[in-house]
Structures are given as structure tokens and as C-alpha cells.
Design a protein around this ligand. Structure first.
Ligand SMILES: [Zn+2]
Length: 306
């Protein structure tokens, strides 16, 4: 993920008129920050998880097992991109919960951690937090399914292997979206929410300007309704992240990320250092993001389908 001035020409995405449709629901149906934090801990205990590593394979095995227990159909997508370090085998994991419609909502997060040679990078926030949130969202949507088909995408190779740029970043999301364009699935995707760095104790989710305009509005509306406007008070800023390949393919997408370089914003001081450890992440931040995204998907599901 890297800051850019990237401007994208976005198609017009028509949402139907506002119907506040969120039923209260039992507490078990609500995203639990404590459960998500436990999922961060599980990943951190695996050690660094860069593409091609043994730990990244163990992470996928664990995710597959958890998601299959929940009733998701799990598939691996293997590919070997050229990188500045030569060809490196990578694997995206995609978990599907079929709905009553083939219209699809996507939740995405990068599962890889950035490769560093000179120190141990655990990526509690930058990597594990997004994956943890997706796994907890899988649980809540299994309890009360959407009408949309739900796909969870765990991307490999989001991070640059040497230096961030168009040729060295976003390997997994780029490959996955290309395959979904080829298969025709891309046309069935109503929206994609990408979660990255969503666990910081002092989280400020930015208003990411490349993201789809209506999804930006929806995210803030739901956060405010749930009482999380303080967490979603980060500045407007453009970021290159796994949502970009979706946007380039014409899929409405949003990056939910706590990362800002402007004076008012927050770049976590431990970002891409050995200090990105479990103690930097909190259950309450994970819960604020998880419940907001849960509410967004529920509302999209109720408003986009007849
Ligand atoms: Zn990173």
C-alpha cells in the first residue's frame, strides 16, 4: 500500500434510495472485536508470512479449516508472478458462501506480510488485522446470510518485494480480478470492501478518495449511525491498495484503511517496522470497523436486490 495521487475515472454506481434496514439482531450475530483480536494473535504466532514462505502456507491451512467449518467453499488460486526477486509462487485464497442470488459482494484483505531480511516483521496491524476481520465477518454472515453470494478474498503479494510501484505490488488482487474479469464474475459483483490496517489502537480510518463515491458515503453513514464517527474521522487521502484492481475493472470498491500521511492524519509510527506487534492492535478498533462493514453489506444486500 502506498500513497498516490492516482485519479480514477469511476463509473456511476446507482444505489437505490435509503432504507434503513438494519434489524437489531442477537449479539452473536454482531461482529466481535474480541474474536477478531484472537484471530490476529493466531496469525502473529505464525511469524512473518511473506509470499512463498512456509508460514504463509500454514496461515492458508488454518483459514481454510476455519472457513470450511463455517460452511464456506474454499478455493486456492496459485500463480507465479515475475518480481524483482525473480518468480515467486503466490496463492490467493477465496471462500464463497452462496446466496439466493448470484449477485456477489466481496470482502478482501491481504494475507501476506511485507518481506524484510534484517528484522522479524509480524504485521499484526499491516496484514493480520484485515484477515482477522474477514474471518469474524464470515462467522456473522454465516449466522444470518445475505441474499447476495458472499466472497472473501485473501490476497497474497499485496506488499512490494523490493520497492512499491506498478510492477512491484498488488500481485494477488491484480491476478484475482483479472481471472474474475475473464470468467465473467466481475460483472456480477455489486461491491467490494477491502480491509487493510484496521486494528490500530488509535485507529483513524481515512476517507480514501479513489474509492467509489457512493461507498465512501455509505461507510461514513453507517459508522455515524453506529456511534463510530470518531474512528472514521481520518482525512481525505488517496492510497494505492488492493481496491485499485477492482476499480480498474469497473467494480465498485472501497479501501477501508487506517493510514494517512497528511499532517492531520496518522501513519502508525510502527508501520513496516519490527514494532507492528499484537499490542498495537485493539479489539475495540477491530469491532468498530467490523460492525460498520457488517452494516454496510447488510444495507447493500437489502437495497441492491429486489
Ligand atoms: Zn504494508
Amino acid at each position: 500500500m502506498f500513497v498516490s495521487r492516482l485519479k480514477l475515472v469511476l463509473g456511476i454506481f446507482v444505489m437505490l434510495s435509503v432504507v434503513a434496514g438494519c434489524r437489531g439482531g442477537e449479539s452473536a450475530e454482531l461482529f466481535s472485536g474480541e474474536r477478531a483480536l484472537q484471530h490476529v494473535r493466531t496469525q502473529v504466532l505464525l511469524g512473518p508470512r511473506p509470499p512463498g514462505s512456509e508460514a504463509s502456507g500454514r496461515l492458508r491451512s488454518w483459514l481454510r479449516s476455519e472457513l470450511e467449518k463455517l460452511g464456506f467453499v474454499v478455493q486456492e488460486q496459485r500463480f507465479t508472478p515475475r518480481t524483482p526477486l525473480g518468480p515467486i509462487p503466490m496463492v490467493n485464497l477465496v471462500a464463497t458462501l452462496p446466496g439466493t442470488s448470484d449477485r456477489t459482494l466481496v470482502l478482501g484483505a491481504h494475507a501476506d506480510t511485507k518481506r524484510f531480511e534484517d528484522f522479524e516483521f509480524l504485521g499484526a496491524n499491516d496484514g493480520a488485522s484485515g484477515v482477522a476481520a474477514l474471518l469474524e465477518l464470515a462467522r456473522v454472515f454465516r449466522l444470518r446470510p445475505l441474499r447476495h453470494t458472499l466472497k472473501l478474498a485473501f490476497f497474497d503479494g499485496e506488499e512490494a518485494l523490493v520497492e512499491w510501484g506498478p510492477e512491484d505490488s498488488l500481485y494477488g488482487s491484480t491476478h484475482l480480478v483479472e481471472s474474475w474479469v475473464d470468467s465473467g464474475l466481475a460483472r456480477k459483483i455489486s461491491a467490494a470492501f477491502i480491509l487493510d490496517m484496521v486494528g490500530d489502537r488509535n485507529l483513524q480510518v481515512i476517507d480514501e478518495v479513489n474509492s467509489h463515491p457512493q461507498l465512501r458515503v455509505l461507510l461514513r453513514e453507517e459508522a455515524t449511525r453506529l456511534g463510530y464517527s470518531r474512528v472514521f474521522s481520518g482525512p481525505e487521502q488517496g492510497v494505492d491498495d488492493d481496491h485499485v484492481p477492482f476499480l480498474m475493472a469497473g467494480i465498485p470498491a472501497i479501501d477501508v484503511i487506517g493510514f494517512a500521511t497528511s499532517p492531520e492524519g496518522v501513519v502508525p509510527s510502527y508501520w513496516h517496522t519490527s514494532e507492528d506487534t499484537l499490542d498495537k492492535v485493539s479489539a475495540s478498533s477491530l469491532q468498530a470497523v467490523g460492525r460498520t462493514v457488517q452494516a454496510c453489506l447488510r444495507r447493500l444486500d437489502q437495497e441492491l436486490l429486489p
